[in-house]
Design a protein around this ligand. Sequence first.
Ligand SMILES: [Zn+2]
Length: 337
Amino acid sequence: MPRPLLGTGADARYWLCLDVCGLCCAILSQVVILFSVSSILHDLYRHGVGITGLLNAIVCLTLGGMASLSHLKAMLSDPGAVPRAAAPLARDEERARLAASAASGYRSRAKGWCHRCASYKPPRAHHDSVTNRCIVKMDHYCPWTNNAIGVLNHKFFILFIGYTFALCIHSMVVIVQLTYAAPRLPKMNRQQRRQERYDDDATIELAKQSFNPGKLGTILVAFCALLFGLFTACMLADQWSVLRTNVAKIDRLKGEETECASDVNEVFGGRSRGFRYDWLLPTAPVFPESVRDDIMGYRLADKRSMSGDLEGGDEEASFDHPQDEDFKRRATAKPSP
Ligand SMILES: [Zn+2]
């Protein structure tokens, strides 16, 4: 049977959640970003391109481009789905054995075993009902990115809301700047207005400007910037504790605040908790080899471990970088009988 091109199953070639509502929300997100950027660029062009206008256009294009790219990466990246070949780490083997033995009975919801995936469930993984996969360090399902947010795409999600927030603030600043910079008609007193209501050129010009479609676009962008600016500000405040503590939202709500790699930032990767310039780029997070298994909470089983021998084999089972083709091949391979 040929492998599906798109999907969230273990055999899909490319990751994409095929939920219709989620796809509509994700497309709407891209349309709003594109509309906001194009409308701001149009307003800047209408008001003349000086040095300030050029700088504003560059900032607007950069923020919009990064928000759009981060959104696409968050949507199209595997959020950290547990592969079928996943096997427990040495410290979790006993718990996994108990869970697997209980899975056939009424205790099938035992920790360490997902009855819906019928496979091992690492300690910090949660089953997502939309993608129908167990996701390591799942934070939540985001309809705007049409994907679960987990250990491997959390960085893209935070960049998406961060750049969207910055784009909203910049759009509002540009709109205010252009509003105050626009040439104003001379003010007339009540008597002058009454006298010159029908034949005054300035009044006619004012009437024409009030029906300018470009102004409607600007008003709509200002409304979107205010709405999504507030929304993303709340999201960023909510995500701050995840960045600070390395604990995902679901774990925090459940009171299971287990931190596995205290020396690295589990959202952005790297070798320390300190800021690096690549945190600002929508590139895949890279974790040091020494803590990668601890963060993911599983190792990929080799033939020996799948046949029941869970002792040893750590050297062979340690997996490569998540973006490597070899990792993908091993992660999606069916276990040997
Ligand atoms: Zn599951």
